[in-house]
Design a protein. Sequence first.
Length: 168
Amino acid sequence: MPQEQGIVLRTIEDGWAEVVTKRRDACENCGASHCCVASETGGKMITRALNKAKAASGDLVALSLEPGVVLKSAAALYLIPIIGFLLGAIIGGAVHTAIGLSEVGGVIALAFVGLAFGYGITALISKRMSKKGALTPVIHKVLARGTTQSELDSGEDLRNEVKRKEEV
């Protein structure tokens, strides 16, 4: 279970907290880093997390996703559309004459229909996982109590910067 460390910026009602994290592993080799808000803010991100450890503002915490969530998400994102694409291609090859296309045309057309169908299923699975809270980071442990005011101010500056970018 991959863990990130962050500083609790503030606690929110109902057991939630905003945590400032520094992205390392996932962002280093990302092709979208040139247009990502995390890169523009020095790799810092504000994450809303479930506060199971009862952390307070200024605490250094360890947060992660529940076990298996990353694997399930990756499977949904990558495997389901590929399977849809392949099944569409196979079906297109079998029914091309019934839909009035050449074999290649049927394969190509239904392969992309299958791909779109696969992405639709992926979107439904993602919404379901989000509603269940499966994609929500959880604060599991308080590593150190309290931080300096400058660290908290830097988190506030980050939150204000992100809000300005969202408004534009």
